[in-house]
Design a protein around this ligand. Sequence first.
Ligand code: SF4
Ligand code: MG
Length: 333
Amino acid sequence: NEVLLTVKNLKKYYEISQGMFKEKIVVRAVDDVNFTVMRGETFALVGESGCGKSTTGRTILRLVEPTAGEVVFKGTNLASLPYEQMRSLRKQMQMVFQDPYASLNPKKTILQILMEPLKVHNKFDKKERLRKIIAMLKIVGLSEYHLDRYPHEFSGGQRQRIGIARAVILQPDFIIADEPVSALDVSVQSQVINLMLELQKEFGLTYLFISHDLSVIQHMTDRVAVMYLGKIVEVADTEDLFRNPKHPYTQALLSAVPVAHPKEEKKRIILKGDVPSPANPPSGCAFHPRCPFALEICKTKMPEPTTFEKGHTANCHLYIKNEEEIEYVTSYS
Ligand code: SF4
Ligand code: MG
């Protein structure tokens, strides 16, 4: 098992001005995030909107500049790489976006859209490029008859197939897919997911899959990191996470997913209040104002990760023994 990507102490802070006096406030969109992605796996970042998962993805590719931390891809720290070297590594790392319409230039034909990455990275001669493009279109379920068409002539699902073709045509190792099926009809979602899984097998792709949709995550991914207010609060194999979530936030998220077998009906956990602003996150464990199990210590001390079986980790004081012998509450059942 080979490590493809290691994200270490990654931070993205930015300043906003707020209120009558244009007071400067620091927003901690990504706040000390750590994880490792193995070659060939699909690693998910899951969380509600605003938790920092998209910013984490964009920071890895340096579509936004990190404030601090390391992004080690195949042994090279991208976070501090000069732009030119970053550019040549970028062809090994591609992105698939949520909105396939917004991410495809409406004034360009499919041929032009798929030609662009090959030109930018100076791959293949003219004839070979066309051959590659047609082959790629077939792989994603379109054909050479589509070459001269424009994005608006396609359905949402077809547009996302074009977006995926554009990402895969350079034969990258690593693809970051940010909510790739969220904008699509449910009936089309599974087709696009299956296409991504086929491409993964065929081209040996590694995915960082960003989504708020737990059903998609469960179907599609090998491991999951759960994010809340810019931090990862739990990491586990997908199966373990769904069977045995440890963090109270994960337990609440999962309780909202409909179950396949109504007999296993579980209790929906309704959290109090909304997600607080990352401009002013709560002290200690940032989840404490909403956590049904919050202890006194949670208000002041940030929990360290506790490791369970198979690399399953959760950042929660419930699992940390201390002299006061905290009463363990680990499940809602
Ligand atoms: Fe809840 Fe405390 Fe665990 Fe945070 S550390 S999730 S507040 S019990
Ligand atoms: Mg997002």
